[in-house]
Design a protein. Structure first.
Length: 317
């Protein structure tokens, strides 16, 4: 070490000098932090090329997910649902298929394909305007051969359905469209898109595959999607990552559906995966759950390898 640098370091660590300089620096740091937060909040990024840890580049196109592009640009990979993203990345590196129900602009579908060059992805997005942009992102990333998009609303019955689609004040389309009857979207009188819903069982007759990992984000329509996938879930026993927001009805139908499948629900948190038997509790910071075909000893799982290895053993038996 340079002798002068050593002297300076010892001097700045002096009791009195450190008190003076740290007291002067703290308000500057606070101001810089506030300024940086303001930049992230008020200066969006429309389109981004983001380099992943494996050196692959994930591209979000123009007007094809501005909030998503902004998050990646300003905050990196962990800016968007960090615990859920880490959970899915764990599975992406180990599986051959990923089904993305409610794919939106395609973040997790694109991430899966860039994370694992051998994975096949099925991305379901029922809102035509958002689906068009999902397709743009798939093409922009050169993933047309491995990420297949379907403008389809999965449900528990095939036939005509109404999708309630809230308006948006930004260039991003609102991502809270739902098929759920009695939803706040319906009560507030938002525009309706008439479409054809499809059960996964009917879809699979034309597109057979083995389920390994499924992500569901369908705004209070979770029970219906799971019911429509019931036969495939019972056959293949995939892991399911599912957003379940607190609702006045307590998500009882979803809880009953999870139980009927013989699955265990784990709440995804920064501290691990907490086994839950109810879905009506407050959950600030995280609204996603891992629905697992196997369970581990204890109430908290801190290593997903435990569940993964146990499922592999069950399938091999």
């Amino acid at each position: 070490m340079n002798p002068l640098l050593g002297v300076l370091r010892r001097w700045r660590e002096n009791y009195y000098a450190s008190k003076v300089f740290s007291s002067m620096a703290k308000p500057i740091a606070r101001t810089c932090h506030t300024f940086a937060h303001g930049l992230r909040s008020h200066v969006p990024r429309n389109g981004v090329n983001f380099r992943l840890p494996n050196s692959q580049v994930l591209r979000i196109g123009k007007d094809s997910g501005i909030s998503l592009a902004s998050g990646l640009f300003w905050g990196g990979l962990d800016s968007f649902e960090p615990e859920t993203s880490r959970t899915l990345r764990f599975f992406f590196s180990r599986v051959a298929t990923f089904v993305d129900v409610g794919a939106n602009y395609g973040f997790y579908s694109l991430l899966a394909a860039h994370w694992n060059p051998n994975i096949q992805v099925l991305a379901f997005e029922p809102v035509p305007q958002i689906f068009d942009r999902l397709q743009r992102n798939i093409e922009l990333n050169g993933l047309g051969g491995r990420v297949n998009g379907y403008c389809v609303a999965l449900s528990d019955r095939s036939g005509p359905a109404k999708l309630y689609f809230p308006a948006s004040e930004s260039r991003d389309y609102e991502s809270t469209a739902t098929l759920a009857q009695g939803s706040w979207q319906q009560r507030q009188g938002w525009p309706v898109i008439d479409l054809q819903a499809l059960t996964f069982a009917d879809f699979e007759r034309q597109h057979p595959l083995k389920l390994e990992v499924v992500k569901i984000d369908v705004e209070d329509h979770e029970a219906s999607v799971l019911r429509g996938m019931q036969a495939a879930i019972l056959r293949d026993r995939p892991f399911v990552v599912c957003e379940i927001l607190p609702r006045p009805h307590g998500n009882e139908k979803t809880r009953e559906m999870i139980n009927s499948l013989g699955y265990t629900a784990y709440w995804i948190t920064p501290s691990g995966y907490f086994r839950v038997t109810r879905l009506d509790f407050d959950r600030p910071g995280s609204t996603d759950f891992l629905l697992s075909p196997v369970s581990a000893e204890g109430e908290v799982v801190t290593n997903l390898e435990t569940l993964w290895n146990k499922r592999q053993a069950v399938l091999a038996a």
